[in-house]
Design a protein around this ligand. Sequence first.
Ligand code: PLP
Length: 395
Amino acid sequence: MKEIYLDNSATTQVFPEVARLMSKIYEEDYGNPSSMHSKGIIAERYIKDAKDNLSKILKVNAKEILFTSCGTESDNMALIGCAHANARKGKHLITTKIEHPAILNAMKQLEEEGFKVTYLGTDNKGIISLDELRNSIKEDTILVSIMHVNNEIGSVQPIKEAGELIKEINKDIIFHVDAVQSFGKFIIHPKKMNIDLLSVSGHKIHGPKGIGFLYINEKIKIKPIIFGGGQQNGLRSGTENVAGIAGMSKAASMLYDNLANDVKNLYEIKKYFIDKVSSIEDVFVNGIPNNSECEEDMTKILGAPHVISVSVKDIRSEVMLHALEESGVFVSAGSACSTHKRVPSATLSAIGLDPKLIESTIRFSLSVHTTKEDIDFAIEKMNEYIPMLRKYIRR
Ligand code: PLP
């Protein structure tokens, strides 16, 4: 059976070029980068090249890239490392209600340690208000953390404007951005956007799992959260995941080399999908801005290019998910990153979605591999299953 993978916000297929490079490193260039012999030097070279490459993409300095094990670790390091290093300046932190659990649960931990956290709400499209952000900043605010692209509905936050506003009020407030869902889809230049810390994950960009990085502006203070042999200047001990680092860097290059074209195609496919899916009876697309004055800017019209949140009235998300799976179509129910437990989605609640519809929401997420034919097939199956499943529920 043909597989149509529409769960790319959960994870992506590793590019074959990335897998081949990693295989070479595992089989031939497997030295420990801390070793003094030539195998160590070769391994160290992969790390240096990856830092050079990633820092060029972000237009930052190579020494401002810190490798981690995943997006979650990057987020934890950013929040906990920054809060611990700056606690004497203040204990107030700001984030949003629609962050990934990697942020929300790290914030919960910091609250237990005595920090105070303000959670910004959003409008019904999942966008924060800059006025609310402005009014939330206090004398003792040390950190603001705002995600770039939401993983459940694809809403895109006004990061550049938020950065300007924060620094205008107090240039010492540290600005962290979770870019796990936006890196590889958007051009991000932290220095131009007043971003001090930026989290990225390898497996969302056709790189491997178990690798991520954190951009850390060299001017800010941050403390380690992992202790050991002192690798990466003592900021993140542990032998570096050389194959993962090289693989993530290669995947990033492949995406950024073709970004404009790929993103244009993704928006075309997203629009095509939205037009088709919203013509099915009692099926709603969540969080699409759709009210732009600027017809040129697809982000303002359609949000992120790859995420589509769909509520199918009267059909529970897991029923729809497994029905589609029967035909080889893979999607997710709510946020796939938050374990198998059913917890009401913070994002869908924050945008004010009816609780009945929250239970009936599935997420489609596209990649550079997705074609219009894939979408046609998924829509055909939805048209087939939805009336059939509703017949039993609505009787
Ligand atoms: N942040 C966001 C916005 C995400 O979507 C995810 C994963 O889905 C993460 C953080 C965590 O990334 P990782 O799976 O690499 O730990």
